[in-house]
Write a protein that binds this ligand. Structure first.
Ligand code: NAP
Ligand code: COA
Length: 267
């Protein structure tokens, strides 16, 4: 299969500067790597400095590009301001934010403590707001600003064991639409990319462990899990000039999973 990233030309994202939350691992590491490959300056952030440093070193070896790695918790609004300021100080501007930091686990609604529910809402939804709010002045000042919120398709149906994450991602998609409208005048586009089941990620390890992965695959009309590079390719597209007229949109990248309407698994 052709690597989806090979369709883009070298330098396609030259001149852009992105902050990627959750960029040390998984899907957002893939987005950070693709952005760097196509000429974008990148700052990755999450809670674990050692993980970020290892990813930055890997991306430097792969692309020759110095990636800024700053530990911060998206639940801390001041820390998010600090990350944006540090990226701006290093690269001169920030014109792109990828909100990928998230937490999830399988749990029945009745088994969620108030703190468990709040924790996922705080990371996914409130954390995305903190990062967007922190980035807005830089995105506006840079011109051609863009926020990509990484959401999901859980909330399109009543997905069992996923009340917390469904509520959080529904809120993030709502934020995408509201900010797209409010910030269009400031030259900032806001979109969501909603992955379906993506192979070799922490998310799939947690949501479809062991045999559940076989079941989950049956719920994908295209017959396979997606790849991290397929989500990264959608992010490169959204950052490219080809998507300049797109805002407020949720791009679902899921092999038809949500269209089928099948649940990934029953409890
Ligand atoms: P992942 O590798 O675990 O990515 C989540 C990232 O968020 C980690 O790098 C984690 O790093 C960071 N993070 C967690 N809590 C944080 C906090 N409080 N502050 C800052 N960073 C925090 O999982 P993934 O599966 O690649 O998921 C990436 C994104 O895709 C998520 O938004 C997820 O909801 C979405 N998604 C994934 C799938 C899938 O199939 N995997 C499907 C649909 C949507 P630290 O632990 O270092 O903080
Ligand atoms: N089932 C039910 N409740 C759970 C749970 C589970 N599997 N895992 C954690 N919780 C609860 C905890 O018990 C706690 O509630 P309590 O204080 O009432 O006991 C609450 O959630 C917060 O847990 P804690 O471990 O203190 O939070 P944290 O901020 O350190 O970590 C998580 C956040 C729980 C989301 C953690 O799994 C994480 O860091 N995830 C990041 C990676 C990830 O989830 N990747 C997949 C992205 S799709």
């Amino acid at each position: 299969m052709t690597n989806p990233l090979d369709v883009f030309r070298d330098g396609a994202l030259a001149g852009h500067v992105a902050v990627v939350t959750g960029g040390g691992t998984g899907i957002c590491k893939g987005i950070a790597a693709a952005f760097a490959r196509f000429g974008c300056e990148v700052c990755i952030t999450s809670r674990k400095q050692d993980v970020l440093d290892a990813t930055a070193a890997e991306l430097k070896a792969a692309t020759g590009r110095d990636v800024l790695a700053i530990a911060a918790d998206v639940r801390d609004p001041d820390a998010m301001v600090g990350v944006v300021e540090a990226a701006k100080a290093r690269f001169g501007k920030v014109d792109t934010l990828v909100n990928g930091a998230a937490g999830n686990f399988l749990a029945p609604a009745i088994g969620l403590s108030p703190n468990a529910f709040r924790t996922v809402i705080d990371i996914d939804l409130v954390g995305s707001f903190h990062a967007a709010r922190a980035a807005f002045p830089a995105l506006r000042d840079a011109g051609d600003g863009l926020i990509i919120n990484i959401t999901a398709t859980l909330h399109y149906h009543g997905t069992p064991l996923q009340l917390h994450a469904s509520a959080a991602k529904a809120g993030v998609d709502a934020m995408t639409r509201n900010l797209a409208v409010e910030w269009a005048g400031a030259g900032v586009r806001v979109v969501s990319i909603a992955p379906g089941p993506i192979a070799e990620t922490e998310g799939m390890k947690r949501l479809a462990p062991g045999d559940a992965a076989k079941q989950a695959r049956k719920a994908v009309p295209l017959g396979r899990f997606g790849s991290i590079d397929e989500i990264a390719a959608s992010a490169v597209y959204m950052r490219s000039a080809a998507a300049a007229y797109i805002t407020g949109t949720v791009l679902v990248v899921d092999g038809g999973n949500a269209t089928l309407g099948a649940m990934m698994m029953m409890p």
